[in-house]
Write a protein that binds this ligand. Structure first.
Ligand SMILES: [Cu+2]
Length: 166
C-alpha cells in the first residue's frame, strides 16, 4: 500500500516535471519540486544556486525567490579566481544592509566581515576564496523583500540582490 502511494507520488512528480518543461513558463516561482497545492505544509525544501559574476564585483543573479517558512539552502559559488566573496541575507532595507556591511568592514577578516551585532543578519555563508563554493541553510523569513549582499570590503555597493519571499 505504502509502496503504491510512493509510486503514485513519483509518477505525479514526473508528470508535473514534464508539464513544466513542456510549457517552459516560470510563472509559479522557483519553489523547486514543491508542487502547487498538493504539498500542504509550507513548501518543500529548496536549493538555490547563485554565483559571483566572474571577476566582476557582482552576483550572477540579483533576484531570488522563496516561500515563507520554506527550508532554503543557498549554494554560493565564487566564480572569481582572486576575489573573496560571501553571501549575506539582511533583515531590513538599504540602511540596515549598509550597517551590516560597515559593521563587517570594522570587524574585519577574522570576523568573516560580519558585524558584532548580527540582529539583522538572517543567514550567511563563510567568506569564500576564489573558486570555492559554500552553502547555508535557513528557514525563509516572513513574506517580504530582503536584500542579500557581499560584505567583503568594497563589494557591498556593487554586490547586492533581492530575495523575494512570498
Ligand atoms: Cu564580494
Amino acid at each position: 500500500m505504502e509502496m503504491n502511494l510512493r509510486m503514485l507520488r513519483l509518477a505525479l512528480l514526473l508528470g508535473l516535471a514534464l508539464i513544466l518543461s513542456a510549457c517552459g513558463g516560470n510563472s509559479g516561482g522557483a519553489s523547486g519540486g514543491g508542487g502547487a497545492a498538493s504539498g500542504g505544509a509550507s513548501g518543500g525544501a529548496t536549493t538555490i544556486e547563485i554565483g559571483s559574476d566572474g571577476e566582476n564585483l557582482a552576483f550572477d543573479k540579483t533576484a531570488l525567490t522563496a516561500t515563507a517558512g520554506q527550508q532554503v539552502t543557498v549554494r554560493f559559488i565564487n566564480n572569481s579566481a582572486v576575489q573573496q566573496h560571501n553571501w549575506v541575507l539582511v533583515q531590513g532595507g538599504e540602511a540596515e544592509a549598509a550597517a551590516v556591511a560597515n559593521g563587517g568592514l570594522t570587524a574585519g577578516a577574522a570576523a568573516e566581515y560580519l558585524p558584532a551585532d548580527k540582529a539583522n543578519v538572517l543567514a550567511h555563508t563563510a567568506v569564500l576564496n576564489g573558486g570555492e563554493t559554500g552553502e547555508v541553510t535557513f528557514t525563509a523569513p516572513a513574506a517580504g523583500s530582503y536584500l542579500f549582499i557581499c560584505t567583503v570590503p568594497g563589494h557591498y555597493p556593487l554586490m547586492q540582490g533581492t530575495l523575494t519571499v512570498s
